[in-house]
Ligand binder design. Structure first.
Ligand SMILES: Nc1ncnc2c1ncn2[C@@H]1O[C@H](COP(=O)(O)OP(=O)(O)O)[C@@H](O)[C@H]1O
Ligand SMILES: N[C@@H](CCC(=O)OP(=O)(O)O)C(=O)O
Length: 266
């Protein structure tokens, strides 16, 4: 039986395939549900952070370009165009529920340099004090190799550790971790709980499922490793209906839960 009733701080990550259509246009009905459920969770008295992908895809969508415009420079420029599109819709949708949002763009140096990490930590703390929902993405424009997370799955796990979250939820276009990629093998079975990332778990995690996404299950397993090392439970679930976040907090057995044995006995 899962019990997340006491969760005070939650990080929710949404992938490109959850927030945009393959055309790169925004999935408005899904974003509306996401803003509603996260506002509701905030109203319950929890601190909420949203880590959102979709900037590059939104840039593609706005310009009406094909998916193959994806050199690093193209992606950086597309992200610069798309990030504003994302923030504009979040500002509008959360605003309808009276929730203040804040844009936080991060690069990997924040986890490598103590002073920067402290600045970021303090900013999150004040945003929570102000009752805001921080909306996080990688700062793609400056994220050259040495500075980059490269994917928002590991970014969300680092954010969870920085704010000392009680739960990380990764919403994707799939129900959770399967015994192999269900897009390739229809006999794949959903794994409901993982207590340790061993070589078997690493071996079954494949790459991205859609052209606009990054990392696939591999980067979600990397995220799980980071979260588990810090004793933070993580759930991968299908973001098709974002109200699933509320159900997860209610303790429903949804998706794949990653939890270290130490965290259970705490
Ligand atoms: N073992 C696995 N279990 C589930 N999905 C897997 C697995 N291996 C690879 N995948 C792929 O990972 C995809 C989800 O990751 P990704 O495409 O990066 O989406 P997102 O944009 O949500 O991050 C799935 O659609 C699936 O095709
Ligand atoms: N920072 C990029 C997201 C990269 C990424 O990890 O995407 P995804 O695999 O869809 O979570 C963007 O906003 O387009």
């Amino acid at each position: 039986m899962r019990d997340f009733g006491d969760v005070k701080k939650i990080v929710v990550k949404v992938g490109t395939s959850t927030v945009t259509y393959p055309t790169g246009k925004l999935n408005l009905s899904r974003l509306e549900k996401l803003a509603r459920v996260l506002s509701d969770i905030k109203n319950e008295g929890r601190d909420v952070v949203l880590v959102t992908s979709g900037a590059v895809a939104s840039g593609l969508g706005r310009l009406g370009l094909a998916k193959n415009h994806k050199t690093t420079q193209e992606k950086q420029a597309l992200a610069a165009i798309g990030q504003g599109i994302l923030m504009q819709i979040y500002e509008k949708l959360f605003g309808e529920y009276g929730v203040v949002v804040a844009q936080v763009l991060l690069t990997k140096d924040v986890v490598d340099e103590e002073k920067k990490m402290l600045n970021v930590k303090n900013t999150f703390e004040y945003l929570f004090k102000y009752g805001a929902i921080p909306i996080v993405n990688e700062n793609d424009v400056v994220a050259i190799e040495e500075l980059e997370f490269g994917d928002n799955d590991t970014l969300s796990a680092y954010v969870a550790t920085i704010i000392d979250a009680d739960l990380l939820v990764i919403l994707s276009d799939i129900d959770g971790l399967y015994t192999c990629d269900p897009r390739i093998d229809s006999s794949a079975k959903l794994i409901t709980e993982v207590f340790e990332i061993d070589s078997y778990i690493e071996s079954i995690a494949g790459g991205a499922g859609t052209a606009n996404s990054t990392g696939g299950m591999q980067t979600k397993i990397e995220a799980a490793k980071i979260a588990m090392q810090h004793g933070i439970p993580m759930v991968i679930a299908n973001g098709e209906n974002p109200t699933v976040v509320k159900e997860i907090l209610e303790g429903k057995e949804i998706g794949t839960l990653f939890i270290s044995k130490n965290a259970i006995s705490r």
